[in-house]
Design a binder for this molecule. Structure first.
Ligand code: CP3
Length: 340
């Protein structure tokens, strides 16, 4: 019997729906904060296989989720490309900015996978430690989101720097995105080879793109990643999460995705009508409802379950869990899903 979450990705309406939550290994967990403090820096945590394995497994031990997601970050790809990813306390991620064609020319033309060998070592260890029914997810950022961090050198509310770079020099942005498409194919293929059962592509910054640019800079590169990955791994299962694009889920599905992530701003019941009946959906409980807990959380979970009943669905939040979330609320959410 194959893993419940993989059966959903293959189009089967498994009930109750398998569940995991984005950023499930994170600062809301005291045991994460303890290991994070011991590691000293976020990057040491990401690049030390024993520690990355430990924090990946923490939410599995505590809650028994149906999937573990590799503990890492989307910005290890630019880090491996030489852009020097750092995360200072309370400041958010920083990278050495790549602002034009000359900056891009200083980067390697393919991803140096050997720099990410600790990630693959962690996947092997996690795989060996997981219960047989638990799916192991790898991931990467989508090219537009990662490019936005690379151009700005940091997170920005509206991706102004990468939009401005596109207006000034579209060939530069196209070339940067092309490098990230090829890097992502290599990276995701290596994750599958190291033990990941499926992968998720995070397009967190999809919402700031006008529809034509969304197609060109987000959907098309994601579709190229999915196609390139399946050339090497024909059965590769891919969850595509384009945050802020509840208006375009049929197009997201058309990238070749096995499942479409749905954010909490989107009405799940009407969103799923845009998808083929055997196309898996994932989401979309509001992370704020998870913070609130109690009946507010119960109502949000029930709304997700009602909208998803009868179709292939993966229970999740509409975006990542945040540090103020009481850990017991996660247990409450999971118990309610499992009782469905
Ligand atoms: O889901 C998981 O548990 C897997 C691990 C994971 C992390 N980041 C761990 C992390 C994943 C899949 C990500 C993805 C990621 N990282 C995205 C895409 C998804 C999204 O949330 O939109 C983005 C945009 C990033 C970039 C990034 N890295 C941000 C915005 C931050 C938070 C900065 C802050 O101080 O709030 C990070 C750091 C980060 N990545 C943390 C974690 C648990 C917190 C770091 C810490 O422990 O201090």
């Amino acid at each position: 019997m194959s893993k419940p979450l993989l059966r959903v990705l293959d189009g089967e309406p498994v009930w109750p729906p398998p569940a995991w939550i984005m950023r499930q290994a994170g600062r809301y967990l005291p045991e994460y904060r303890e290991v994070r403090a011991r590691a000293g820096s976020f990057l040491t945590l990401c690049y030390t296989p024993e520690l990355a394995t430990e924090v990946t497994l923490q939410p599995i031990r505590r809650y028994g989720f149906d999937a573990a997601i590799l503990f890492s970050d989307i910005l290890v790809v630019p880090d491996a490309l030489g852009c020097e990813f750092t995360l200072a306390e309370g400041e958010g991620p920083r990278l050495r900015p790549t602002t034009d064609g000359a900056g891009l020319a200083r980067l390697p033309t393919t991803l140096p996978l050997d720099r990410l060998s600790p990630v693959f070592a962690a996947l092997g260890r996690i795989r060996a430690a997981l219960p047989s029914q638990t799916t192991l997810l790898g991931f990467c950022g989508a090219p537009w989101t990662v490019a936005s961090y690379m151009v700005a050198g940091r997170g920005t509310p509206d991706q102004g720097p990468s939009h401005a770079a596109w207006a000034r020099d579209p060939a530069f942005i196209e070339a940067l995105i092309d490098l990230l498409v090829r890097s992502s194919v290599d990276y995701l293929a290596a994750q599958l080879e190291a033990g990941a059962d499926a992968v998720q592509i995070f397009e967190s910054h999809a919402g700031s793109l006008a529809p034509d640019l969304f197609r060109r800079l987000s959907l098309d590169p994601i579709a190229r990643i999915v196609t390139g990955l399946r050339e090497r791994h024909p059965d590769a299962r891919v969850i595509v999460f384009a945050r802020g694009r509840g208006d375009s889920l049929a197009e997201v599905a058309a990238t070749g995705a096995s499942a479409v992530g749905i954010d909490q701003e989107t009405d799940l019941a009407s969103a799923v009508t845009a998808l083929p009946p055997d196309m898996a959906s994932q989401g979309n409980v509001d992370p704020e409802a998870l913070i609130a807990g109690g009946e507010v959380l119960d109502r949000a979970v029930d709304a997700m379950l009602a909208a998803a009943r009868g179709r292939p669905h993966i229970a999740n939040l509409g975006h990542g869990i945040t540090p103020p979330t009481p850990p017991e609320n996660v247990a409450r959410m999971l118990a309610r899903i499992r009782a469905a």
